[in-house]
Design a protein around this ligand. Structure first.
Ligand code: GLC
Length: 552
């Protein structure tokens, strides 16, 4: 039997927006526990939770002040233990999000560093450096923060004089750790064990490509840099460096020392699939997100090229693919695909706020999810995509929370639009997100139109996107080992331009991205389709739809 993680469907729980158990307007562990039956019924295999550790929440929990505590906003350590047990009881594995590139500036280590001398051991855990120019008033390098502005902030010495600068690839409240420091490495190994001992099934590694930096601290100068997707270059001073890979060899030994196949998934925004593959050897990490589809427009040629490139290099590495259409950092794919001719992530950023055909976007999103679930490997579901949720592009600036809001023109749109709390039931906000009698509204406002999109409404409708996801994942499970999942190789079938057609074992998948209906092969029956398809022999697959077939 194939290892569970080689073809798992993993549901991303953005915990602050999933379900609010205590009525403070922010999702929490209690809310998530109460909704585990929903997730089990959806048919996913595992949950990945965004960070729940103690945090000042400057970057929604990606600024951790204590890695061994749960933030009171979300619950307590006993709540976390209860969740792990309940999830397992529901047949769901649980993956946490580990944030090793940086801590919060409120972490005890960073506070100690600020209070210590320039050459102290406390400062050696981070990257403190003298500035350049007269009186060190210029940052040590020209590196930009991914959220905008410089990646360095100057400190004030205990005597009140301007001091050294510290590195933060993200917000100033997220100082980068120094991964050549033995204490840093030991500490994180210990944190991994802390949670593995508690029974978690693995970790998503935040900014997995960023941990080590060029010790010479060269300028980027003419290099392109900055955005999450631009970590593209050989010998980049802080992204995708060879030394980072050795860290994961130590981590893998730890995971392997536990029973029950504990796993890692790397968030590595690197140039292409061949660079992703470097993280995935039997001695390093198990999987990494394949983000290639985020950059693809709704175009058969582009999708096929990305699929082939990914499968080619990962097969050589012996690693499974993990297909991703959305997450908490990017514009939801129902919206990307709803922009008629420009539908890649970059296009969606450029066209942010321009008109979207939501019906078209949702239809294509269903076709896309059916396509990726037929591909070799595993898939991710970002919470709410099973409800066909669009990006909320008209949040008023007064409610923005993303730390990149201060630099919106640098980093593109704020990421709050994909983080709006889920609509569960009812006709008005909070749509069941918070319990009856809640004391606070949801932390981001939900659009009134979401009354049409609640889970409760969609459960009653056999043709809803939620019903399609449930049927799709049920069918996928039935056909694991007979073609789908990690099993059979993908064989392309000849098809008209704009149509992706392939066979996996007994299962045949067609996705019609052309502008005309396409004739399906005779002698097959329909397992499931993203839109109504006649059962008749030689039936037509409509535009922007996918179908799975098996021979009669
Ligand atoms: C990752 C997270 C993102 C966060 C950043 C800094 O890219 O997905 O949400 O802001 O790391 O930790």
């Amino acid at each position: 039997m194939s290892s569970w993680w080689r073809d798992a469907v993993i549901y991303q729980v953005y915990i602050r927006s999933f379900a609010d158990g205590n009525g403070d307007g922010v999702g929490d562990v209690a809310g998530l526990r109460s909704r585990l039956p929903y997730l089990a019924a959806l048919g996913v295999d595992a949950l990945w939770l965004n960070p729940w550790y103690a945090s000042p929440q400057v970057d929604a929990g990606y600024d951790v002040s204590d890695y061994r505590r749960v933030d009171p906003l979300f619950g307590t350590l006993p709540d976390a233990q209860g969740l792990i047990a309940d999830a397992h009881e529901h047949g769901l594995r649980l993956i946490l999000d580990i944030v090793p590139n940086h801590t919060s500036d409120q972490h005890a280590w960073f506070q100690e560093a600020l209070a210590s001398a320039p050459d102290s051991a406390a400062r050696a855990r981070y990257h403190f450096r003298a500035g350049r120019g007269v009186d060190g008033s210029q940052p040590p390098t020209d590196w930009p923060s991914i959220f905008g502005g410089p990646a360095w902030t100057r400190t004030v010495d205990p005597d009140g004089k301007p001091g050294d600068w510290y590195l933060h690839l993200f917000a100033p409240e997220q100082p980068d750790l120094n991964w050549t420091n033995a204490e840093v490495r030991r500490e994180f190994e210990d944190i991994l064990r802390f949670w593995l001992d508690m029974g978690v099934d693995g970790f998503r590694i935040d900014v997995a490509h960023g941990l080590t930096k060029d010790p010479a601290f060269p300028d980027l100068a003419s290099r392109e840099a900055g955005g999450m997707l631009d970590a593209a270059l050989d010998d980049h001073p802080y992204f995708d460096r060879d030394e980072t890979l050795a860290i994961y060899e130590d981590w893998r030994r730890i995971a392997d020392s536990y029973e029950g196949e504990r796993v890692f998934v790397a968030e590595a925004w690197v140039a292409d699939a061949s660079r992703v593959a470097r993280y995935l050897t039997p001695a390093r990490l198990h999987t990494a997100f394949n983000f290639g589809l985020l950059g693809c427009p709704w175009d058969a040629t582009a999708l096929r090229a990305e699929i082939d490139a990914t499968l080619g290099v990962l097969a050589a590495a012996g690693a499974p693919a993990t297909w991703v259409l959305s997450n908490h950092d990017v514009i939801r794919h129902a919206t990307r695909y709803g922009r008629r001719s420009h539908t890649s992530l970059a296009d969606a950023k450029r066209l942010y706020g321009t008109p979207v055909d939501h019906a078209l976007g949702e239809r294509r999103a269903r076709a896309a999810v059916q396509l990726i679930n037929a591909l070799p490997g595993g898939t991710y579901v970002y919470q709410g995509e099973e409800l066909g949720l669009p990006e909320v592009e008209d949040l008023p600036p007064s409610v923005w929370q993303d730390p990149n809001r201060h630099y919106a023109d640098h980093a593109g749109p704020v990421r709050d639009g994909c983080r709006v709390p889920l609509p569960w039931s009812g006709g008005t906000p909070p749509f069941g997100f918070s319990p009856e009698g809640a004391t606070a509204p949801p932390w981001l406002p939900q659009p009134a139109e979401w009354k049409e999109r609640t889970a409760a409404t969609q459960e009653q409708d056999a043709h809803s996107t939620l019903s399609h996801y449930r049927a799709l994942l049920r069918t996928r499970r039935e056909w694991l080992g007979r073609g789908l999942g990690d099993g059979a190789p993908l064989e392309w079938i000849e098809a008209p331009a704009g149509v992706l057609a392939f066979r996996r074992g007994e299962v045949v998948c067609y996705a019609n991205l052309s502008d005309a209906p396409v004739k399906l092969p005779a002698g097959h029956r329909v397992l499931i389709a993203s839109e109504a398809v006649e059962a008749a022999d030689g039936a037509l697959l409509p535009v922007d739809a996918s179908v799975w077939l098996v021979a009669e």
